[in-house]
Design a protein around this ligand. Structure first.
Ligand code: FPP
Length: 629
């Protein structure tokens, strides 16, 4: 087993592909690359690496499009200007190796300034290679060599001078290349003569401390003989002996649905370190919601309009016998979100703000520890231990996080199932049809949302008296004379548990809190569940940020579901009444009453009123001096 490497060099590859895979400009990949550089430097200090050389710009990179080159040079300048003070404070000596004669003046000034400012740093020698080519440096060193015999040591000195390096720098022990390619690309060819080479698939913007630790672990197992015979085993590096890969976070969120993703984005944009984990690898899979956004949500939160379907202003209530009651609004009341795309958009924004996304991860428990919780995640055969200040359950109606934190769990749920079609010709203006029929949907309703582009056909009901697949096919048959499914394409099937008991009273402890379905934040009666998911998760983010900033877990007590109970009381009773009526005849009579002018106003209000989810009471935060975020 080798000791820790003294000199680690990294070819930071994969920025461009990272960005392209997310539909972003390559320069965004480089920006994220700069964030990964900061993380790697911090990790190198912790792992007691003495010299870290990062390949930022090769002499051949001048051949890239001018705009990309300029963006990179500008990024280096701003990085050097921003990092100088931090390096000075942390004892890091920062220098740049490579040619300087082709660099812009502003960059040269920044290099000279940071080099003189940090020259005394002894903890880490951080070298950034810019306009660097190992072969050029060798040629220039050779050209500068005096006539006659030359020792390796003498040549080494000449070589260092040829690219502004310190001749005292040790040779490279470990050379890592990220981004799946296996080449040296003209990097430190002389200095890496006996380096151990490690090629990893992670693209540079995703490179984390855990990856560096794994690399050191791999280095530790390599048998370095330098051309000689095996050496006696050396002591293992203490920093890499954990069985788990361990990372730190202010907040760890389990569940990447709307509430979890939105909360992660809000926290990361406030500068907190956030981990968001989900079983899913692809956010477009396993969507649990129809995706109806109500007017209030659309007005209050900036949802990208391109990810919402056309506006719906019309609701049609349909009785068991097929009598219709049309409710019209002068406003755009609902829009159906393209949920997979909305999730991906939120995730991208969270990642760009610095959140760490752990996909394919099963939450396998959490235990209290000093300053928070240790959260266990399993990703295939890998295990990740997150030491987190706060844990957030955004893991659905049957939240495991709720159970782990000893918080309330949903008792009353119904089962929802839905099919999403394209290619069904529209029947009039975009409409939401609600089918009130206990044979079809015992305790709840059937629905069709037809916004002219997508048609969502769904049913909900109590699990004990309901077969969702049979009910879906029954509804399809029932509406077949009106909706032509002959050229329809079934693009998605959705399903899941919907909590209908209203928001749970105990949704926070000093260790964490619940959001979304886990908190029961779904309106017990109508569309508008997503409003609660967003409104509550924004408030949760404000409370969590205040707790982190004040380093005070007791702030989480401000996040309570008890205050909402009264607001949901009338809706809960209406739900109970609906679920108690299991006779189609009674429902038919109820529908007739609903069509009378007075009750028709009430129905209008239920669908188009603006009270789907109460605004959280921020007075507690205001008392702490927290401005609304
Ligand atoms: C290779 O990825 C990366 C580069 C050419 C630039 C490296 C720059 C950074 C990491 C940015 C910040 C650096 C500092 C020191 C602030 P690529 O663009 O070749 O990616 P691709 O192979 O996926 O196209």
């Amino acid at each position: 087993m080798n000791r820790a490497p003294e000199h680690v060099a990294i070819i930071m590859d994969g920025n461009g592909r990272w960005a392209e895979a997310r539909g972003l400009a390559r320069s965004r990949g480089h920006e994220q690359g700069a964030a990964a550089v900061r993380r790697a430097v911090e990790a190198a200090v912790r792992l007691e690496i003495r010299t870290l050389t990062l390949y930022a710009f090769s002499a051949d990179n001048w051949r890239r499009p001018e705009a990309e080159v300029n963006a990179l040079l500008e990024l280096f300048r701003s990085f050097l200007e921003a990092e100088g003070e931090r390096c000075l404070a942390e004892g890091i000596r920062l220098s740049v190796i490579g040619r300087r004669d082709r660099l812009p003046d502003g960059l040269i000034r920044a290099i000279e300034h940071v080099e003189s400012e940090t020259a005394g740093g002894r903890r880490l020698d951080l070298r950034i290679a810019v306009d660097y080519s190992a072969r050029d440096a060798i040629v220039r060193a050779a050209a500068a060599a005096p006539a006659g015999e030359l020792s390796r040591e003498e040549f080494r000195e000449l070589l260092a001078r040829a690219h502004h390096a310190d001749p005292a720098t040790p040779d490279v022990d470990l050379l890592i290349r990220t981004g799946s390619e296996q080449r040296l690309s003209d990097f430190l060819l002389w200095e890496s003569a006996y380096a151990e080479l490690l090629f990893v698939d992670v693209p540079w913007p995703d490179f984390e401390e855990a990856d560096l630790r794994r690399a050191l672990e791999a280095f530790g197992t390599r048998d370095r003989r330098f051309g000689a015979i095996p050496t006696a085993p050396a002591e293992q590096h203490p920093a890499v002996s954990d069985a788990f890969t361990r990372i730190e976070a202010d907040v760890t969120i389990i569940g990447a649905g709307l509430a979890g993703l939105d909360c992660a984005r809000a926290l990361a944009e406030r500068g907190l370190s956030v981990v968001i984990a989900d079983r899913k690898r692809d956010l477009k899979q396993g969507v649990h919601t129809t995706g109806i956004f109500v007017r209030r949500t659309i007005e209050d939160f900036s949802l990208p309009p391109s990810l919402l379907g056309p506006p719906v202003r019309r609701v049609v209530l349909e009785s068991p016998a097929g009598a219709q009651q049309v409710l019209e609004s002068p406003h755009d009341e609902f829009r159906v979100g393209r949920m997979g795309a909305i999730y991906e958009d939120l995730l991208q924004r969270a990642i760009l703000a610095g959140a760490r996304w752990v996909s394919g991860a099963t939450f396998s428990g959490a235990r209290a520890c000093e300053r928070g919780s240790l959260v266990k995640l399993e990703i295939g055969s890998e295990r990740l231990l997150v030491h987190t200040r706060f844990l957030v359950g955004a893991d659905g109606a049957r939240s495991r996080v709720a159970a782990e934190l000893g918080l309330d769990t949903n008792r009353e749920t119904i089962v929802g199932a839905e099919e999403v079609f394209t290619g069904v010709p529209s029947q009039g203006p975009p409409s939401l049809h609600c089918f009130l029929d206990p044979r079809l949907a015992p305790g709840y309703i059937g629905w069709i949302v037809d916004d002219g582009r997508e048609l969502h056909l769904g049913v909900g009901g109590y699990a004990d008296s309901f077969n969702p697949a049979a009910a879906l096919s029954e509804l399809r048959t029932r509406v077949a004379p009106r909706f032509d499914f002959s050229r329809a394409e079934l693009v998605e099937k959705r399903g899941g548990l919907i909590p209908v008991g209203g928001i749970l009273p105990r949704i926070s402890t000093p260790r964490g809190l619940l959001i979304g379905d886990a908190a029961g934040a779904v309106s017990p009666l109508t569309a508008g569940g997503l409003d609660g998911a967003i409104r509550l998760s924004r408030y949760a983010a404000e409370v969590l940020a205040a707790a982190v900033e004040r380093d005070d877990p007791s702030v989480l007590a401000l996040y309570s579901g008890a205050e909402y109970q009264a607001r949901f009381l009338s809706r809960r009773w209406m739900r109970r009444a609906i679920s108690a009526v299991r006779s189609p005849l009674l429902v038919e009579a109820g529908c007739a009453v609903l069509r009378t002018p007075l009750l028709s106003r009430l129905a209008w209000h239920v669908f188009f009123g603006r009270g789907s989810f109460p605004e959280p009471d921020r007075s507690g935060l205001a008392r702490l001096g927290v401005a609304e975020g």
